[in-house]
Design a protein around this ligand. Structure first.
Ligand code: NAG
Ligand code: NAG
Ligand code: NAG
Length: 423
C-alpha cells in the first residue's frame, strides 16, 4: 500500500524534475535560436526586388461572370494570422492553394510561428537571405509592415481576419489562461467572470503572457494593447492598418468573407472550400451574460473599435459586391462544402479528440485538456478525392510538417504538454 503510494510520489517528483529541466532547456534554446534583434533599416538590396518574382509559370486566367475583363489569380499574399479567429481554417486554404500552384512560402524555423510574441523580423524566416522573395507569408507573428514588406513583391495582397472581441476574449481566456501566471490566483468555478468583475486586481500590463488577456488583436497587429479605447492613438493605428490591408475578413461572416476573398483574388470556388478547424466542444464554451459581455467589451475597448471599423468596411464591400449575388454565392459554397463533407468525413461531423483514430488528423490541444474537436477521414474514399480530402482534413501543425517545416520546438513543447502537464 505505502509502497504504491511511494512509487506514485517518486513518479510525480520525477515528472516535476523532468519538467523543470526541460523547460529550462527549451528556454535556453529559444534564446539561442532567437535571431539577433538588430533591425536594419530598409535598404534597396535587402528588399525583395519586383523583377525577381516575375512568374514564369503560366497561371490560368479566368473570366468570371461578374468581371468583364479576365483576371489572373493572386499568388503573392500576406495573411496576418490573428489568434482565435478561425485563422487556421484560412491557413489550410492557403496551404492548399500554395501547394497546387507551387508557390514559395516564407516559413518559420523549428516552430509554427515567427517567434511570437516578439515583433516580426524577416531574419526569423527559415534560411532567409536579404533579397529573398516569397509568394506567401501566413504563420502567426506580431505584425510589422516594414519587415514583412521586405519578403514580398510590391504587388502582394495583405489580408487578415478579425472576430468579435468578446468571443475572442472568451476563447483566448479559455485557451491560454493556464499559460498566463496572472490567472493562477483566480479562485472559483468561473474564472472568466471573476476576472471580468475585477480585471485590475488580476491584470498587469507587464506580466508574462498578459497580452492574451487584453486587446489581443491590437497586440497581434504590433500595437500597444494597453491603450484605452478613447486614446487618439487607437484610431490612428486603425487607420494606418487600413492603409496596409487590402481585405479584412470577419469571422462572424466567414462564408461571405471567403466569397470576397475569392472575388478579390480571382480564385475559384474549389480554392475556398473548407472544413472548419479548431472548433471547441460546446461544454467548454462559457456563455457570457449581457453584463459580462459589456464588461468584456469595455476591457477590450481598443479591439472593439478595430472590429467595428472593419466590420463597417466589410459590409460596404458586400454592398459593392451585391447582397443578392452574395447570397447566391454563399449558397453555392455551402453546397460544395456539404458535398466534400459527405465524401471525406466519417459520420459527417467533427468529433472529440479521444475519438480521432489517426494522429495525423488530431488537432493541437490547449494545456491541460482536450477540448478541440477534429475529424476522422472516411475509410473508403473514391481515389480521385483521396488527396484533396486528406489535405482538407490535415490540421495546421501536421500540414506544416508535410510542407517540410521542421517543428522540433513545437513538437517538444507538445510532448511536454501532453505527457508531463496533463497527468
Ligand atoms: C520561362 O519560360 C520560358 C518558356 O517556357 C523559358 O524559355 C524560360 O527559360 C523561362 N525563364 C525562366 C527564368 O525560367
Ligand atoms: C501612422 O503611420 C504614419 C506614417 O506611416 C506614422 O508616421 C505614424 O506614426 C503612424 N501612427 C501611428 C499611431 O502608428
Ligand atoms: C457589423 O455590421 C453588420 C452590418 O452592418 C451589422 O448588422 C452588425 O451589427 C455589425 N456588428 C457589430 C458588432 O457592429
Amino acid at each position: 500500500m505505502s509502497g504504491i503510494r511511494g512509487n506514485r510520489c517518486t513518479l510525480v517528483i520525477r515528472r516535476i524534475i523532468l519538467w523543470v529541466l526541460l523547460t529550462n532547456i527549451i528556454l535556453v534554446m529559444y534564446c539561442l535560436k532567437s535571431p539577433t534583434p538588430v533591425k536594419t533599416s530598409t535598404s534597396q538590396e535587402d528588399t525583395c526586388p519586383a523583377k525577381l518574382l516575375k512568374r514564369n509559370m503560366t497561371m490560368p486566367t479566368r473570366s468570371t461572370k461578374s468581371q468583364s475583363a479576365e483576371c489572373s489569380p493572386t499568388v503573392n499574399i500576406m495573411f496576418m494570422k490573428t489568434h482565435k479567429t478561425a485563422s487556421s481554417t484560412i491557413l489550410n486554404i492557403l496551404f492548399r492553394f500554395g501547394e497546387k500552384h507551387k508557390l514559395k512560402f516564407a516559413f518559420p524555423d523549428g516552430r509554427n510561428d515567427f517567434f511570437y510574441p516578439s515583433p516580426f523580423l524577416c531574419s526569423q524566416v527559415k534560411d532567409y537571405r536579404p533579397g529573398d522573395c516569397f509568394n506567401i507569408v501566413c504563420n502567426h507573428m506580431r505584425f510589422d509592415h516594414q519587415e514583412v514588406a521586405k519578403l514580398l513583391p510590391p504587388d502582394a495582397a495583405y489580408i487578415t481576419i478579425l472576430r468579435d472581441p468578446v468571443e475572442l476574449f472568451e476563447s483566448s481566456f479559455h485557451y491560454y489562461h493556464r499559460a498566463v501566471p496572472l490567472t493562477w490566483g483566480i479562485n472559483g468555478e468561473n474564472k472568466l467572470a471573476e476576472f471580468l468583475n475585477r480585471p485590475q486586481t488580476f491584470y498587469s500590463p507587464n506580466a508574462f503572457n498578459s497580452f492574451y488577456l487584453k486587446n489581443l488583436l491590437f497586440f497581434d497587429f504590433g500595437f500597444d494593447n494597453n491603450l484605452e479605447a478613447d486614446d487618439p492613438r487607437v484610431m490612428r493605428n486603425i487607420h494606418n492598418l487600413s492603409k496596409h490591408f487590402h481585405l479584412v475578413l470577419i469571422a462572424e461572416y466567414f462564408e461571405e468573407s471567403l466569397i470576397l476573398l475569392k472575388e478579390t483574388f480571382c480564385w475559384t470556388m474549389e480554392d475556398i472550400m473548407y472544413f472548419k478547424f479548431n472548433a471547441r466542444k460546446s461544454s467548454s464554451v462559457s456563455r457570457l451574460t449581457p453584463e459580462l459581455r459589456a464588461k468584456a467589451l469595455q476591457w477590450n475597448g481598443a479591439d472593439w473599435r478595430l472590429y467595428q471599423h472593419f466590420n463597417a468596411t466589410f459590409w460596404a464591400r458586400v454592398d459593392a459586391f451585391g447582397r443578392e449575388r452574395m447570397k447566391q454565392e454563399v449558397k453555392e459554397l455551402r453546397r460544395r462544402n456539404a458535398e466534400m463533407k459527405a465524401i471525406c468525413i466519417e459520420d459527417g461531423c467533427a468529433v472529440e479528440a479521444q475519438k480521432i483514430q489517426d494522429r495525423h488528423f488530431l488537432p493541437w490541444q490547449p494545456v491541460g485538456e482536450s477540448s478541440i474537436l477534429g475529424y476522422n477521414m472516411k475509410k473508403n474514399i473514391d481515389p480521385k478525392f483521396m488527396t484533396l480530402c486528406k489535405k482538407m482534413l490535415t490540421p495546421e501543425i501536421q500540414y506544416l510538417s508535410d510542407l517540410g517545416v521542421s517543428l522540433w520546438l513545437t513538437k517538444l513543447w507538445g510532448w511536454l504538454k501532453d505527457s508531463v502537464l496533463t497527468v
